[in-house]
Design a protein around this ligand. Sequence first.
Ligand SMILES: [Ca+2]
Ligand SMILES: [Ca+2]
Length: 190
Amino acid sequence: MARVKSLILAGEVDRDIIEEIDQLKTETTETRIAVLTAAGAYSPELDGAQKDNISGTYFDYPVCKFNKDTDEYIYYFFNLPPDYQAGNITVKLTWIAPTATSGAVVWNLAVRGVGAGEAWDAALGSTQAKTQTTEDVAGEKNVCTFDPFNPGWAAGDTVIVKISRDADNASDTLAEDAYFIEAVIEYTGK
Ligand SMILES: [Ca+2]
Ligand SMILES: [Ca+2]
């Protein structure tokens, strides 16, 4: 914005400059991401997805194992960066089926942003649901992309994210644990 400041200081505030400011505002709005890893998940004692370490052939990695029959949960708590701007977010879950080559998982997501002076322990926003069929080769990376939605957050909010597998839903047919790897939140930032 240095050029804008110098133009204003020169006393040349006219339509061209206003247009330039608008253009700069647009240019400085970009997609940012927040990454929530399996290792950083909070898994509650009651119905929490099991946090585990997998010894792979080529490397070891952390996962959250979501049961095939019983709804299980994980949570994240983090502070929303100051570059956050209002608007829709897109959440993408990365997960793998360790041995299955067919079947679907029903993933659920609910979030809330808590500002100073607001009740901490209050209802989350409406649940987002997405059913995803696993890749046809076991162990391949699945990316479940939820439909974009507006979470109503503000920069500085403490964000609560609840991720679950709706395992007893008739559409959830993956016949084994789903291994959650990470969630990526795409948002519009400055
Ligand atoms: Ca359920
Ligand atoms: Ca199931």
